[in-house]
Design a protein around this ligand. Structure first.
Ligand SMILES: [Zn+2]
Length: 93
């Protein structure tokens, strides 16, 4: 799917339609400060870990897109319910 990098849509802060820039959300760096991160590191691997599972592992065919819509007027970004898509590109217009 191709998406224009700028398009006019509703801004919940201005409460009107404004030009919005589409931004890809960068993956946050893990700081290893959360309890679950430490738990993952110390967890021992008991069991077959899905080796004989009927469900295949690996990447799924579609990924959920992770984008923000930033208003050009108030410079605030908002999120929308994400959808799943196999290919996602931003196109300059
Ligand atoms: Zn706005």
């Amino acid at each position: 799917m191709q998406m224009p990098s700028k398009f006019r849509t509703y801004c919940p802060y201005c409460r009107t339609h404004q030009i919005h820039a589409v931004e890809k959300v960068k993956k946050g760096k893990t700081t290893n400060l959360h309890k679950v991160e430490r738990q993952k590191a110390t967890r021992t691997h008991i069991g077959n870990r899905g080796k004989f599972s009927k469900i295949p592992g690996g990447d799924k065919p579609t990924k959920r897109i992770n984008v923000k819509y930033r208003c050009e007027i108030c410079k605030k970004a908002h999120l929308r319910p994400a959808f799943r898509i196999s290919k996602f590109e931003l196109v300059e217009k």
